[in-house]
Design a protein around this ligand. Sequence first.
Ligand SMILES: Cc1cc2nc3c(=O)[nH]c(=O)nc-3n(C[C@H](O)[C@H](O)[C@H](O)COP(=O)(O)O)c2cc1C
Length: 616
Amino acid sequence: MEAFEHIPLITVGTATCGRAAGALAVLQAIREEIARRDLLVEVQEVGCLGHCYAEPLVTVRRPGFPALCYGPLDEDRARRLVTDFLIGDDPCLEYALAALEPNDLFPALEEFPRGACERRVILALCGLINPEDLDAYLVHDGYAGLARALEMSPEEVVGEIVRSGLRGRGGAGFPAGEKWEACARAPAPARYVICNGDEGDPGAFMDRALMESNPHQLLEGLIIAAYAVGARKAIIYVRAEYPLAVARVERALEQARERGLVGKGILGTGFDLEVEVFQGAGAFVCGEETALIASLEGRPGVPRPRPPYPATSGLEGLPTLVNNVKTLSYVPHILRRGAEWFRSLGTANSPGTAVFALAGKVANPGLAEVPMGTTLRQLIFEVGGGIRQDKQFKAVQIGGPSGGCLPESALDLPIDFDSLSEAGAMMGSGGVVVLDEEDCVVETARYFLEFTRQESCGLCSFCRLGTAHLLERLTALTRGEARLEDLDRLYDLAEDVRAGSLCGLGQTAPNPVLTTLRYFRAEYEAHVKEKRCPALACRDLVLYCILPERCSKLCNLCVGSCPAGAVITRPDLLKAIDQAKCVKCNQCLVTCPPEYRAVVKLSPPQLPPEGDAGHG
Ligand SMILES: Cc1cc2nc3c(=O)[nH]c(=O)nc-3n(C[C@H](O)[C@H](O)[C@H](O)COP(=O)(O)O)c2cc1C
């Protein structure tokens, strides 16, 4: 960002979300255009700003103008930005998303409802600084928390974390200070610190984005944690499916080592620390701390009963502090600004902020950081911009497979560890999947169960067999093949799996089932009693047909779009669907022009009495 004072600076978000949307092509187009026109412009790659819905995102800082963020851009628009804005004086406001600070030219991020809700602490530099440049982090007080920690005794550092009230962001919300204390006090010749960057929840991408966007923040937190508990070896465990996160964390580590922030005699003190990056094989259960340690030791990634907790007996039987990426990312801020500052954010029992990955039917999916205590309604409707295509909100699955599915009546719940668990859900690690009127809660529960059944390590029978049975029953429900008494059996089985499983995977796997049964029982009953899916989502319970009174006869779009040849033209030129051939892919419904809306989905799957479909 330093270049801004003198020459223009263009930054391109090249985290995984940006790359998936075409950021590398945009970056190349910008570089080519700058070279072709022989311009003096600095170009940098940055991480994820959180506005993933607008990727590829580009920010232009040109002296004399506010810093402006553009997106979504393609290569043509990117080239135009270079020529019109950097050669001419046209800031191309038609492509602009927001300005980074208030100004007279264009609305700033903080002026949008989302900006008003957000309070960025660990996301503050994400998408703004080059994650591969240690100096970019240092300019923003990077490693100042470490410097302060090293002026304190290890006990004082632990005390600061205890006083901050920081709770672990990996899922369970266990007080970080208590865990640090337990690890520091456990008598042992050596200790370890592990950063848990496994992140396997469907719909979650917060930890990946943090590692890709600001790896030094995490590394600084890790070094402080190691100093505080007396560890000389730390490991960053990242799943191998996150290659960019691995590369950026490794690069950060290399730079930190070169500058004496890792290794022997850190910052001129007597504190030595070696840090290593370990790539996990990408199994959800390996995120569970005891399974993670087993996989680090080269054994199958299978959990073991706790206690003993890793804080007293972990890697190689030695006291091991395991903390999530987000938990450790807060640590430098707490050390720099103090425990009281952290407590001033959020709620009394859940201080600080929470980072969420918004996915599903929300209008503006992406990453957001809000104070704890923000309501689900604010998160979904103000931060996320509401429901896509103005559809009706149905439910929110918060906390991934370990969380729960909450209805509209829960929208005014403050988001914190305690309120969500009272509602039967969980903060989890921050994945939020928003469902609209077209999503079926039974199918959603089935989807999450399919995930947990696949990911169950199979060690304990409650989890191995229980998740399989739950999945079988949910599948039968989505096919209209269940009886009413099966709902009670489903509930009892879910309770048993929760009570009997060895680790958090099995203990929380029933949550999506239990919460949907609790809040959406009528929808389950419709699947049983009427063989009907009210959301028209369960394939076995819907049928597509073409209403003759709406069909234009002359338009052949549905016929052309059907991959199964199931849409036919009748002798009277009306279109109809051969039900025996229909694969329910939705193409005919999507392609039927909105002025006709002749294709309809029906549930239960019965043709209307005067039905045409299949009769042609
Ligand atoms: C099945 C399962 C998967 C988990 N996956 C993760 C994960 O990907 N990342 C994580 O930080 N914690 C995960 N956890 C929680 C960890 O076991 C542990 O509580 C956490 O790393 C502690 O860090 P924290 O106190 O900073 O939250 C998982 C737990 C279970 C039961």
